[in-house]
Write a protein that binds this ligand. Structure first.
Ligand code: PGA
Length: 250
């Protein structure tokens, strides 16, 4: 059976509509649909529609929002609702990315509301969890990841837990050039998977690793069966290099 792998590009605050269009056109030229491979792109909100439009003939390419607010509409200046994200072509949304948590103060309770809002709106949440360096050094990685997971998925019925994707992204590995070793990442993935099982997930949940993934380390990370794919920032910003990375091992 072909192994299912998910490659997710988190562009953060890069690539406006013009650059996004050029990127996707070039990327689709280079990357054929491949069995078992799902390719998510999380562009800035203003580029979401352009990405969705350029990729509309490709079921394997899924646009997603980098962040959403939980209310469906109203007086919330500057926020992106799930219905608007969906209308712009989003199929899912990131929740609790480390930069949202640690730069913008997103709380565990916020992540729970956002996960719920995405599920209610028919979109796939990609809930990000991960420990800071001090927490790792204190041996608290599992505690932190489990707390974030339980908080983000609190009260969901099992069918809904099964629809959530998770990204394990150690904060100290994001944008630092220092990735978790494949074995360390796999160990945390196993802890996450066991907890998802306790929360009622059926079937195999998709758990991605993120944090300084690049062409040089992706193959060894993905050699770990526990990893169902990768969530990539810096190394996803250039179309040719990203095309090469999503084809790795194919
Ligand atoms: P990075 O970012 O690949 O640049 O470390 C990953 C992320 O923030 O999702």
């Amino acid at each position: 059976m072909t192994r299912r792998l998910t490659f997710a590009a988190n562009w953060k605050m890069h690539h406006g509509p013009l650059a996004a269009r050029a990127f996707i056109d070039r990327f689709l030229e280079l990357v054929p649909p491949r069995e078992g491979r799902e390719l998510w792109v999380f562009p800035p909100a203003a580029s979401l529609h352009v990405v969705a439009d350029a990729a509309r003939s490709r079921a394997d390419v899924k646009p997603g929002a980098q962040n959403v607010y939980w209310e469906p509409k109203g007086a919330f200046t500057g926020e992106l609702s799930v219905p608007i994200a969906r209308e712009a072509g989003a199929r899912g949304g990131l929740v609790g990315h480390s930069e949202r948590r640690h730069v913008f103060g997103e709380t565990d309770e916020d992540t729970r509301r956002k996960v719920l809002a995405l599920l209610d709106g028919g979109l796939t949440p990609l809930l990000c969890v991960g420990e800071k360096l001090a927490e790792r050094d204190e041996g608290r990685t599992e505690d932190v990841v489990l707390r974030q997971l339980r908080a983000g998925l609190g009260g969901l019925d099992p069918e809904r837990v099964s629809r959530v994707m998770i990204a394990y992204e150690p904060v100290w590995a994001i944008g630092t050039g220092r990735n978790a070793t494949p074995r360390d990442a796999a160990a945390v993935h196993a802890v996450i998977r066991a907890e998802l099982g306790r929360l009622g997930a059926t079937g195999r949940s998709t758990i991605l690793y993120g944090g300084s993934v690049n062409l040089g380390n992706a193959l060894s990370l993905l050699a770990e069966e526990e990893l169902d794919g990768v969530l990539v920032g810096g190394a996803s910003l250039e179309a040719d290099a990203w095309a090469e990375l999503v084809g790795i091992g194919a």
